[in-house]
Design a protein around this ligand. Structure first.
Ligand code: MG
Length: 248
């Protein structure tokens, strides 16, 4: 993993700025800092200004685990070309797939929240998220969630995140599929994807050297991303460089 903002990797950003590139970002922990209450997550004013500029210069996408409407509302001032919600499942327009396959999981998790304090079930239609940030014993909460889901007759896909377990239908698009589709639609020879969490590994694992630049917020040797930014604050530095290179 290499620090994308070091001068010796400047060529990577130059290529993105010169070519036909799609720039895609995760939302929480990437464009917006992680906050204890997820409903208050928002871009810093500096990020908001830079991201709005970036959206005028490049085709951009935000691919988030949040519902599509939720994340779109948080990007209000920027003209983002594509907003994809529910970890790649909610692309807008098409009928809902796999919604009913989550019925049993929804029931079982709702029941768990009545038995265990500090759990909160978020129903995003296409996917569920069970948050345990409020639980006093995080590990026990995670284990209880895992045990409850393991009892389901029909398996579901689970993805751990920061104090959250995401529950998705077993089949359906993930963030990587969504990114490839947008890249093809844009006929972009190069794409950038920046994310910070486990569900972003679906993009990082695509590989595609020379066609996809993968960046993780926060260094993690277990990540499949090629590059990292030291912290979420460095996202501003990245946006600034890309804007600067394109307007030069
Ligand atoms: Mg994230």
């Amino acid at each position: 993993m290499k620090n994308l903002l070091l001068p010796r990797h400047a060529e990577v950003l130059t290529q993105l700025a010169r070519g036909r590139a799609l720039l895609a970002f995760d939302f929480d922990g990437t464009l917006a800092p992680i906050v204890p209450a997820r409903e208050t997550a928002a871009l810093r004013s500096s990020t908001r200004a830079l991201f709005a500029q970036l959206c005028r210069l490049f085709p951009t996408a935000v691919i988030s685990g949040r519902g599509r409407g939720d994340v779109r509302a948080r990007l209000a001032s920027a003209k983002v070309k594509y907003v994809i919600g529910n970890h790649g499942l909610e692309q807008g327009g098409e009928p809902t797939r796999g919604k009913s396959s989550l019925d049993a999981a929804r029931r079982c998790l709702r029941e768990l929240t009545t038995r265990m304090a500090g759990l909160e079930l978020e129903d995003k239609g296409y996917s569920l998220a069970i948050h345990y940030r409020g639980a006093s014993r995080k590990q026990a909460a995670r284990a209880a969630i895992r045990a409850a889901l393991a009892k389901l007759e029909k398996p579901v896909r689970t993805m751990a995140g920061k104090c959250v377990v995401n529950v998705l239908p077993l089949t359906g698009a993930h963030k990587g599929d969504a990114l490839l589709e947008l890249q093809a639609r844009e006929r972009a020879e190069l794409a950038l994807y920046v994310g910070d969490d486990l569900n972003d590994e679906d993009v990082f694992r695509l590989g595609k050297p020379g066609q996809l630049v993968t960046v993780r917020v926060g260094r993690n040797p277990r990540s499949a991303a090629s590059f990292f930014l030291r912290s979420q604050r460095d996202v501003d530095g990245l946006l600034e460089r890309l804007v600067g290179l394109r307007t030069r």
